[in-house]
Design a protein around this ligand. Structure first.
Ligand code: 8OZ
Length: 370
């Protein structure tokens, strides 16, 4: 029974009661201020979206070394913690829940973005195809520096400190960004990890960096407030793996022992298949991961309801629809028309294309305030 579970059914996420199963996906918007500090405009943006069952705030670097793009927020300075507090207070005032996504981009950076013009770090010195988004526009990626084994505990410590800071900033939990070709994903997949130490080779070794981070952050947070995001089928940021079913089947399974808040999966896209990616089916991961599963990948009202009714997932994350529709849950519930997202204002800029998408009203007037 219970075939009537849908996007509007409440969900018990550990000790958090979510009023619906609609998650706001972490979305890079590059609108943090000087010093990569979140500001009141960012607070307004998240506050407008507080009716999501859960907001996962955008990818946020745990250290200056983890930066990969201009104007993304950090969680390593007191100013950043204070800036994020504006955001969490605003969301909580509206009755919302918000996790912070902890991020280190690894090789997807550039000396222009790093302190003292340092080289980006990675599991192995393998240059990504493509171009870095620097302060002066796009520049070809450089060959990263392979981390010494002795440096890895320092990076794990950056995540632990990020978790401490996220707690101080008033978040309800944290998500570890293990997806989309950033540092953790670079360790997981053998196309980017050719290490011969205990962090490379077998999948048991390649997952070690992620597990070290999970252990570190769960020494700060109750594990029920910690999620992990993976992109098993993803090719973004020039990612490849010789056996994605094994890599991510194992990773999903080994995470069971931690009793996490959730596993969050970015599903296969047409672009991934065009780029030669192997689709790792969600049901394959569902069979292996026993906890809460969030899926993300172009869902609509209809397909989102279906994936929940079929028990393929427990929660559904929406990205671009949340950019354009601050009141997405209400619009979906009423089957109201949706605003169309404007791609040109996704990254960088001010309130235009950020906090000025109108709320829906039956009378048709444009309502942009709460
Ligand atoms: C788009 C542009 C910059 C960063 C991700 C954090 O893919 C990102 C990102 C997306 O996870």
């Amino acid at each position: 029974m219970n075939t009537n579970i849908n996007l509007f059914s409440p969900y018990q996420l550990g000790d958090l009661e979510l009023p619906n199963r609609i998650v706001m996906a972490p979305l890079t918007r590059q609108r943090a201020g000087q010093g990569n500090v979140p500001n009141s405009l960012n607070a307004t943006y998240y506050e407008q979206r507080a009716s999501a069952g859960l907001i996962i705030a955008e990818a946020t670097q745990v250290s200056p070394q983890g930066l990969g793009y201009p104007n993304t927020p950090g969680i390593h300075s007191p100013e950043q913690v204070a800036g994020w507090k504006l955001v969490t207070d605003a969301v909580h005032q509206q009755g919302g829940k918000i996790f912070l996504q902890l991020w280190h981009v690894g090789r997807i950076s550039h000396p222009d973005l790093l302190p003292d013009g340092a080289l980006p770090v990675a599991p192995s010195a393998i240059t990504p195809q493509g171009q870095a988004f620097t302060f002066e526009g796009f520049k070809p990626y450089v060959t990263p520096r392979a981390l010494e084994t002795s440096e890895i505990p320092d990076i794990v410590e950056q995540y632990r400190q990020g978790a401490v800071n996220a707690l101080a900033a008033g978040f309800d939990g944290i998500e570890i960004h293990g997806a989309n070709g950033y540092l953790i994903d670079q360790f997981l997949r053998d196309g980017t990890n050719q290490r011969t130490d205990k962090y490379g080779g077998s999948i048991e070794n390649r997952v070690r960096f992620l597990l070290d981070i999970v252990e570190a952050v769960t020494s700060v947070w109750d594990s029920k407030r910690v999620g992990v995001r993976l992109s098993p089928s993803g090719t973004f940021n020039d990612m490849r793996d010789s056996n994605p079913l094994e890599t991510f089947g194992y990773t999903a399974q080994v995470l069971n022992q931690f009793n996490l808040a959730y596993l969050h999966i970015i599903e296969s896209t047409d672009a991934d298949i065009r780029h030669g990616g192997t689709a790792v089916p969600t049901d394959y991961l569902r069979e292996r991961y026993t906890g809460t599963l969030i899926v993300c990948g172009g869902y609509t009202n209809e397909t989102g309801n279906a994936v929940l009714a079929n028990k393929e997932a427990d929660l559904v994350a929406f990205g671009t629809l949340f950019i354009a529709n601050p009141d997405l849950p209400r619009r979906l519930a009423l089957n109201a028309p949706l605003n169309q997202p404007n791609q040109e204002s996704f990254y960088g800029g001010g309130e235009q294309g950020y906090t000025d998408y109108p709320f829906w009203s039956a009378a048709g007037e444009q309502v942009v305030s709460l």
